[in-house]
Design a protein around this ligand. Structure first.
Ligand code: SF4
Ligand code: SF4
Length: 439
């Protein structure tokens, strides 16, 4: 009798799991309307890169995986999971659901690369190790980070070039937000509202100023804050790489920590974290225990992006923010895909920017087109990410702003990189920073 290999076992699983997306695939009428909105297709003009092309591939997924699993993985990876195709699909095909399930099937069949295994299963579940690494690297950053664009204060990191290309980065903070504050648990003041604060990895470790600004706003409006020590990544990098083993582990850790206190809302200044907690944890909730499923349902109802919280829950009148002396600064706004296309939030950040004193709001062309970030997309598809990002950069500078604001720290990294590489001088800020600056 033939020995069972890893792939024999996975083929059986594969056949069962294919049924999960089969019904959804049949919804696609192959009309091709997704071509007009797909940022990847906009750059490559290749049918294989657009949603319709991927759906055709997935219709024969079992055969394709057996024939060339690496090829299938590569084609699926050429997608930002931006949701533009889903938002504009006349047949209502849930492309994000299809692509996430398909990536899972491919990863389960093919296995995870060594580097991803280390990052997803060893580093991401250890936030203290990540904070230590940030603090350690910040001490020696002068040795390996070199000024790239003096006007924007960005740096290049030649030692990381094999992994991140020639990207420009902000400087490293000497302490992560969570290392500075540890466990936070304050009572609600006059607002009578208590929130769970989920900063997300980037605002916690890199853009600490975004977390500080969010806390300042909570304090100003007397909102009680609960942030348990040791919150881990929301699991989005794991999920988009199809590694459900580590995705589940991270979600379970966070669920355990979040049940230690009552709160009315879960708020994040990271649109990617907020959309992942609200939509993807729910999407895959059947893989969790009964109690965890209940908690996931509650979090789905309570999770909100910070700009939505400020406008729709606290109902702040931003016109009342203190008048600023000095020049009026021109600000434009980039819609993060996760915020606009997944969470439907686009009017709220504009409401804030249009009403803050000292700012003149100007809409850029194609404000809601993807910036090319897409998390690990910038690392695995660097050339594509650069081309998509260059179009975004051109749209930004066409309105000659002093500031480009957004509500997703992953977009902030990409915008900063693209503007810096072009030698521009445009400040990249989170909307909540601009409000906190006004207080
Ligand atoms: S995914 Fe939607 S828009 Fe794209 S080809 Fe299918 S039906 Fe048309
Ligand atoms: S999710 Fe975005 S990048 Fe991926 S196929 Fe759809 S429109 Fe294109």
């Amino acid at each position: 009798m033939r020995n069972k290999t890893k792939h024999d076992i996975s083929v059986t699983k594969l056949a069962k799991q294919l049924m999960a997306i089969d019904d959804q695939l049949t919804g696609c009428m192959h009309c091709g309307l997704c071509q007009a909105v797909c940022p990847v297709y906009g750059v490559t003009a290749k049918e294989a890169d657009v949603s319709r092309g991927k759906i055709v591939l997935l219709e024969n997924l079992a055969y394709e995986i057996l024939k060339d699993v690496d090829g299938v993985g590569e084609r699926l990876d050429r997608c930002l999971l931006c949701g533009s195709c889903q938002t504009n699909c006349p047949s209502g095909v849930n492309t994000i659901d299809i692509f996430l399930h398909a990536r899972r099937l491919v990863t389960e069949y093919k296995g995870l690369s060594k580097i991803k295994k280390i990052v997803f299963r060893f580093i991401l579940p250890r936030p203290k190790l990540m904070s230590f690494f940030v603090a350690f690297s910040s001490r020696f950053q002068r040795l390996f980070m070199f000024k790239a664009n003096k006007k924007m204060g960005t740096f290049k990191v030649p030692v990381l070039q094999p992994f991140v290309g020639k990207r420009h980065f902000p400087h490293l903070e000497n302490k992560s937000f969570s290392a500075k504050f540890g466990n936070i648990n304050t009572s609600a003041g006059s607002s009578n509202i208590k929130v769970a604060f989920f900063p997300g990895c980037v605002p916690d470790k890199l853009f600490v100023k975004v977390s500080n600004a969010t806390m300042k706003v909570f304090e100003k409006h007397e909102v009680g804050v609960f942030m348990p020590d040791n919150l881990v990544c929301c699991g989005i990098p794991n999920l988009v790489s199809g590694d459900h083993v580590s995705f589940k582990r991270l979600v379970k850790t966070n669920l355990n920590l979040l049940k230690q206190s009552e709160f009315d809302y879960l708020i994040s200044p990271c649109a990617t974290c907020a959309s992942n907690i609200k939509e993807n944890w729910l999407r895959f909730k059947k893989y969790f225990t009964h109690d965890e499923q209940q908690q996931i349902d509650e979090l789905h109802a309570k999770t909100m992006d910070i700009t939505e919280f400020l406008t729709d829950v606290l109902k702040i009148d931003f016109k009342l923010s203190p008048q600023k002396n000095g020049n009026i600064r021109k600000v434009t706004y980039h819609d993060s895909c996760h915020l606009k296309k997944t969470l439907g939030v686009f009017a709220q950040p504009r409401q804030i920017l249009k009403n803050l004193s000292g700012l003149e709001f100007v809409e850029m062309p194609e404000a809601d087109s993807c910036c090319g970030s897409g998390g690990s997309f910038t690392l695995t598809q660097h050339d594509l990410a650069n081309k998509i990002g260059q179009r975004k950069r051109n749209n930004i500078v066409s309105v000659q702003p002093d500031i480009v604001a957004t509500a997703c720290p992953a977009c902030m990294l990409q915008l900063m990189d693209m503007l810096s590489q072009n030698g521009d001088n445009v400040e990249v800020k989170h909307v909540v920073e601009l409000y906190a600056d006004s207080l």
